[in-house]
Design a protein around this ligand. Structure first.
Ligand code: ADP
Ligand code: MG
Length: 332
């Protein structure tokens, strides 16, 4: 039986960009960056949802909204049916425990002056996870859980490798016994071999602790291995969402196809490289009208420049926001 842990509806967030002096003199209105532009998705208990897309598409903004670092301009986020921005829930600190975020850069997210032991101990005591007398034993247990040796407790973050630092970040997140982990580019800065170790650890812990994970990455290689479902995001909108295996083997949206063919293939003889991503990602200050992808899309038709496609379920595929998805599939 599945149960919905997180439900996101029509989430939108604009950042105001400060006006230049010329804008002020000419009385031009301030510009806005549309970082999220109507994102809807849900997460089921125990699953891993991959979120992929080029840099600047809004992935981190989405992650930050979920942990209430940003407040959206529109839309809702519900955690177990509770609106997380509702006035009466806003100060509920238990939410901050139950949904934990881990960042790409453990240099900036781990206090450089605290030992690994102190970092984990702090999480345990601030959230009163154990009576004080039991905290050292629990800290030792958490080091074990992420496969760090006990002498790690005495070391400072800079004494660890990148992969080990991410293990400390995982231990700190797990200290408060969360239900949901938001992993924003958790392993993106690590070497490929180390990435695999950290990701395998995460998967193992997920199974043991029945965690729900959002795995955010711009690099697709690990996402397939990690995720049950994948959401492809482009300029603040989900353009395709569906079962990971079918999305990777048979992507329906031209953007997903391009992302996949741009990703290094595991098979060196694979020359299929369907379509190339042409041109640059348009600025989120100036999102193209209609389908935002049309300026880079080899299949665009006239309506693509005018009408915004909505996500719709397509037979034998996931949900796709493309006017021409059926035609594209037929001619593939
Ligand atoms: N605090 C902010 N202020 C202004 N613009 C921002 C802020 N955070 C993100 N943005 C802009 O929002 C867009 C989406 O950013 P982000 O969510 O970080 O994308 P991603 O994580 O997919 O790379 C980008 O154009 C980025 O420059
Ligand atoms: Mg990001």
């Amino acid at each position: 039986m599945t149960s919905t842990v997180m439900e996101i509806k029509d989430l939108a967030l604009e950042f105001k960009v400060s006006r230049s002096i010329v804008d002020v003199i000419r009385r031009r209105p301030g510009k806005v960056v549309r970082a999220l532009n109507g994102v809807s998705l849900h997460m089921e208990k125990g699953e891993t949802l991959g979120v992929v897309g080029e840099s600047g598409c809004g992935k981190s903004t989405l992650a930050r909204c979920i942990v209430r670092l940003y407040e959206p301009n529109r839309g809702k986020i519900k955690f177990r049916n509770q609106d997380i921005f509702a006035a009466d829930f806003r100060n509920d600190r238990s939410y901050n425990k139950r949904v934990q975020m881990m960042f790409q850069d453990p240099y900036s997210s781990l206090n450089p002056r605290m030992t690994a032991g102190q970092i984990i101990t702090e999480a345990l005591s601030v959230h009163e996870m154990r009576p004080p007398a039991e905290i050292p034993a629990r800290m030792a247990e958490l080091l074990d859980l992420v496969r760090l040796s006990q002498d790690a407790a005495e070391k400072l973050p800079h004494e660890f490798s990148g992969g080990q630092r991410q293990r400390i970040a995982i231990a700190r997140a797990l200290a408060v016994e969360p239900e949901v982990l938001i992993a924003d580019e958790l392993v993106s800065a690590l070497d490929v071999s180390v990435q695999a170790q950290v990701v395998n650890l995460l998967l193992e812990l997920q199974e043991r602790l029945n965690l729900t994970i959002m795995f955010v990455a711009h690099d697709l290689r690990l996402v397939r291995h990690v995720s049950n479902r994948v959401a492809v995001i482009y300029l603040g909108r989900i353009v395709e969402i569906g079962d990971s295996e079918s999305l990777f083997s048979n992507p329906a949206h031209p953007y997903s196809q391009a992302l996949l063919s741009a990703a290094p293939s595991v098979d060196p003889d694979d020359t299929s490289g369907a379509i190339r991503l042409e041109g640059e990602l348009p600025s989120p200050l100036n999102v193209p009208p209609g389908c935002a992808f049309h300026v880079r899309c080899p299949y665009k038709t006239e309506n693509c420049t005018r009408d915004i496609p909505v996500l719709r379920l397509i037979e034998n595929m996931g949900e796709v926001a493309c006017h021409n998805a059926e035609e594209i599939a037929k001619n593939a």
